[in-house]
Design a binder for this molecule. Structure first.
Ligand code: ADP
Ligand code: MG
Length: 742
């Protein structure tokens, strides 16, 4: 069983790692993956007991709480729909005046939770700012009293001021520390800061103790703001989703949430509004802006009866549409589902930092302990030749700086955020990446193989010529129509004539070859040369730049249909861009004939052609290619689902309608635009660069601070500030991934 659990209050990345590790250990939990960036726990578990234990674990962990649980691809809200429809009114029972409907919207669960959360967040921030301001004020008072007043009384006042300053920022840290220690978690940042400040006090450095806590809290707050802004960037993407839909019942408009719509509902879409769910146009014509789906500003004219994908914006007038898919199965629902759950597949660098953090902190803490104890003894033995603590205060101070810099926050926070933003950036360009791992693969990939039909070409075939032998063209078309009725291949659609009185009794489809049908006792073969060879049927060898579909009746060749299919208009540019991005070899793997394949290769700039491949030969070819490099395979999901499972990164052409292709692939190009692929590769490359920069920068800075700390050149407060600084710089750097954002 698999469940997605939305969490709340997960504001430290180290905690996310720790919580994930703890949940994974629960009996009956197969895998647990926490995405820090969107605060989600994806849990695969065996029994309810395990689920309950996991939820308890979450709720007892720091400030983290379970916000909502949902089954993957959960369909809900339908019972509400019935209700709303029956009574013809809003869920909350109010009348539907414009100002009232706002109230209805928020009565629905989700918005409510989101709204509350936003308010609570700001509340939490305000409280922290107030705390910090109070602490800073008392700290300054303390410093001033120390500077300008003398005597015992003044000293006391100074300490009181410091104590208040310390308490106002320190108490949440201490609270968290106690809670964690009770649960057996010691090496967390709260504990380290608490320890460092106590150490400073032991050294008599009260001002420093206050500064450590104060700076740490300022850092935490800035981090929360930066992380919040990153998290919100996906909410920008959520702008795909309409807040409300205008449902028409008996000519009356009712405002409902997209989730409440069901198939067959009639909606009114006004100018400037987004289409809430997939549907067909009932009015005569509509003009849609597909930018939010594809990332490229493009106007699309839709005629009566044609399909419209949700997420597009109506830039024309007002029109009516009929719902053909419920929200969850609509383009927008699927996109958001994919993107939100993408973070579960963790990338190599993410796994690396998880491991790194696991060892780094305890090692540095042990070093600190060793330094506080061994170094003074060592120094004493060397200089004085006897056992005593020499320069204890100096070494203790060094040890404390080690404690402060032992927190790997910068890495642990910035790396997942970078991937998260990157997945969002790809989505806004029309490419849905199913996990951070695939960004890594796109970055490394050097071979790219395309399927031809439906991928490099549009897949809309038109009949160019018909040659019939021994029967009329109409009779030939009739045979073909009857044979192809059951096939979903784009070729079948093109070959089917208007009508036929023939009815096939048994049909068998040979993937990548054609079909064999029986009707009225005749055996009809429709397909390519491979199919004919297999059935040992002779046919003339025609050389043509088109796709040739041969027809035979009872083992005798009786004609050929030439069908043409245009190359996608963006294919050439997209292939050129991919080459420029470092793909050394580009190739076509197709089941079609050679002349046609070479022509497409020539038109698109693809270098290598492997034609007349059956689906399993395509699979073999990709396996071979994998030995030579990292392979990206781009297909349309028809006849190539098996190949998709072996390619390092399988890309499927949009077709949000075809669930199989979307399921089998690792990256989906929404609305069939090949341009989205080079965009995604660019983003993947940039992501990789930024992640490496952040890792190198953070580790290098830590090393420098350690050396400075060792030489006792780093005051504690500066160590905290440097730590916070590195973390913020790394997070800000991760924002650069959004360079191409919308
Ligand atoms: P591609 O690899 O270019 O996407 P496919 O593997 O889907 O092509 O199909 C390869 C070839 O098999 C087609 O070019 C066509 O000749 C033949 N074929 C496949 N399905 C059918 C069908 N339903 N009817 C006739 N021919 C077909
Ligand atoms: Mg194909």
């Amino acid at each position: 069983m698999k469940k997605i659990i939305q969490l709340e209050g997960l504001d430290c990345a180290g905690c996310a790692i720790e919580l994930e590790r703890r949940i994974s250990k629960i009996d009956g939990v197969n895998t647990a993956s926490i995405s820090f960036a969107n605060q989600r726990l994806i849990l695969e578990y065996e029994n309810e007991q395990a689920l309950r234990t996991a939820i308890e674990k979450v709720n007892s962990f720091e400030k983290v709480r379970v916000l909502e649980e949902k089954q993957t691809h959960a369909h809900n809200g339908h019972s509400h729909i019935e209700h709303a429809h029956q009574h013809g009114e809003c869920l909350c029972g109010c009348s539907h005046t414009e100002h009232m409907h706002k109230h209805c919207q928020t009565s629905e669960n989700e918005t409510n939770i989101k709204g509350k959360k936003a308010i609570k967040w700001n509340h939490a921030h305000m409280k922290k700012w107030a705390m910090i301001a109070a602490s800073a004020l008392f700290f300054i008072i303390g410093v001033l009293v120390g500077e300008f007043a003398q005597g015992v009384g003044a000293k006391i006042w100074q300490y009181v001021a410091y104590a208040i300053a310390y308490a106002s920022v320190g108490y949440p840290v201490w609270l968290a520390t106690l809670k964690n220690v009770r649960q057996g978690r010691i090496f967390d940042e709260n504990f380290l800061m608490a320890l460092a400040s106590v150490g400073a006090m032991c050294l008599g450095e009260f001002a420093e103790a206050v500064l450590v806590m104060l700076l740490y809290q300022i850092g935490e707050l800035l981090q929360a703001i930066a992380v919040g802004s990153s998290r919100r960037s996906l909410a920008d993407l959520m702008a795909l989703k309409s807040e409300t839909a205008n449902l028409l019942i008996n000519g009356e408009q009712i405002f409902v949430q997209p989730e409440q719509l069901k198939i067959g509902d009639i909606l009114l879409v006004k100018a400037g509004e987004k289409i809430p769910v997939d549907g067909v146009l009932l009015s005569d014509e509509a003009i849609l802006d597909t930018k939010s789906l594809t990332g490229e500003a493009e106007y699309k004219h839709v005629k009566k009866g044609e399909e419209m994908l949700s997420g597009c914006i109506n830039v024309g007038g007002m029109y009516e549409m009929k719902v053909i898919r419920p929200y969850q199965d609509s383009a927008v629902g699927r996109i958001l589902d994919l993107v939100e759950n993408a973070a579960s597949g963790k990338a190599e660098p993410e796994k690396f930092i998880t491991k790194f953090a696991r060892y780094y902190t305890p090692i540095v803490c042990c070093l600190a302990l060793a330094m506080a104890i061994c170094m003074p003894i060592f120094a004493g033995l060397i200089t004085e030749g006897k056992l005593y603590f020499k320069d204890f205060a100096r070494w203790l101070h060094s040890a404390l700086t080690f404690l402060v810099i032992s927190c790997p926050c910068a890495l642990v926070i910035s790396v997942p955020l970078t991937y998260f933003s990157s997945i969002g950036a790809c989505a806004s360009k029309g490419a849905l990446v199913k996990g951070a791992t695939f960004l890594d693969i796109l970055n490394k990939a050097d071979l790219i193989a395309f399927d031809k039909t439906g991928t490099l070409t549009e897949g809309n075939f038109t009949v160019c010529s018909i040659q019939a032998e021994g029967l009329s063209e109409e009779e030939l078309l009739e045979l073909v129509t009857a044979a192809e009725v059951g096939s979903a291949h784009p070729i079948a659609k093109a070959l089917m004539g208007e009508k036929t009185s023939l009815k096939a009794t048994s049909v068998r489809e040979f993937p990548g070859r054609g079909v064999r049908a029986e009707m009225n006792g005749d055996v009809i073969l429709v397909g390519n040369a491979v199919l004919f060879k297999q059935h040992a049927v002779e046919h003339p060898h025609i050389h043509s730049p088109y796709t040739l579909i041969y027809v035979a009746k009872n083992g005798v060749y009786c004609g050929v249909v030439e069908i043409g299919d245009r190359v996608r208009k963006e294919a050439k540019d997209a292939v050129a861009e991919l080459k420029a991005l470092g793909f050394e070899r580009t190739m076509i793997l197709t089941g079609d004939n050679e002349p046609r394949s070479y022509k497409v290769a020539h038109e698109t700039g693809v270098q290598e052609v492997y034609a007349t491949l059956l689906p399993d030969e395509k699979l073999q070819k990709v396996k071979e290619l994998k030995r030579e490099g990292v392979v990206v395979y781009v297909g349309d999901g028809i006849n190539d689902a098996p190949v998709m499972t072996v390619a390092d990164c399988a890309v499927s052409m949009g077709q949000l309608g075809s669930a199989a292709a979307v399921e089998a692939s690792d990256l989906v190009l929404i609305s069939d635009n090949l341009h989205a692929l080079p965009h995604a590769v660019k983003i993947a490359k940039r992501t990789h660069k930024i992640v490496v920069e952040n890792i190198v920068f953070s580790i290098a800075m830590k090393a420098i601070f350690m050396i400075l700390g060792l030489c006792n050149l780093l005051p504690l407060w500066l160590a905290v500030m440097a730590d916070v600084g590195v973390m913020l710089l790394a997070v800000l750097n991760s924002f650069r991934v959004r360079g191409s954002w919308k």
